[in-house]
Design a protein around this ligand. Structure first.
Ligand SMILES: Cc1cc2nc3c(=O)[nH]c(=O)nc-3n(C[C@H](O)[C@H](O)[C@H](O)COP(=O)(O)OP(=O)(O)OC[C@H]3O[C@@H](n4cnc5c(N)ncnc54)[C@H](O)[C@@H]3O)c2cc1C
Length: 131
């Protein structure tokens, strides 16, 4: 994580706090191990600017990462086809959330199960037919 990115993360804490106070929040806490609850934008701004931006203090996580190996029919715009088969590497199939073309904008777990079940059954049938 570069200094540029740390600055961006701090700025995102500031922007989120400012938005929440503007919307009427009575108390706001940044997603940082050392953040207290702040009861005014002025207090939050001063405190967030002093938070140490380093691993294990600033919390960075995501729950819905998708699209890393996006599926599609055009190999120039996608990594795998609609069945999770890699466009260029023979015998490589990807059966997880990464093959959604982009974040689907909803809780994805059941869709991941469905896609993986469909594509795994097909892969098993293909492998069985070969042997
Ligand atoms: C905090 C949180 C809350 C969430 N809440 C919801 C929710 O309420 N509803 C919903 O629908 N979705 C929710 N999600 C999203 C959902 O959990 C994921 O979209 C889904 O689990 C992704 O499935 P996946 O199979 O792609 O990856 P994962 O479930 O992450 O599976 C990847 C697997 O690969 C294994 N692995 C990694 N590296 C290796 C390696 N080198 N060798 C062997 N194994 C390896 C990991 O141990 C893991 O078991 C949430 C996610 C998080 C983090």
């Amino acid at each position: 994580i570069t200094d540029y990115l740390w600055d961006g993360i701090r700025q995102s804490y500031l922007d989120m706090a400012e938005i929440q106070f503007a919307a009427g929040a009575e108390a706001v806490q940044a997603i940082h191990m050392d953040s207290a609850w702040y009861t005014s934008w002025k207090e939050a701004k001063a405190a967030i600017n002093e938070l140490p931006m380093r691993p294990h203090r600033a919390r960075i996580f995501t729950a819905h990462q998708m699209g890393g190996c996006g599926m599609g029919s055009n190999p120039e715009e996608s990594v795998v086809n609609g069945f999770g088969e890699h466009h260029h590497v023979a015998n490589l199939s990807v059966h997880d959330a990464s093959i959604f073309p982009t974040s689907i904008g909803a809780n994805p777990q059941l869709s991941v199960y469905a896609l993986a079940a469909r594509n795994s059954v097909r892969l098993a049938q293909k492998l069985a037919a070969k042997s």
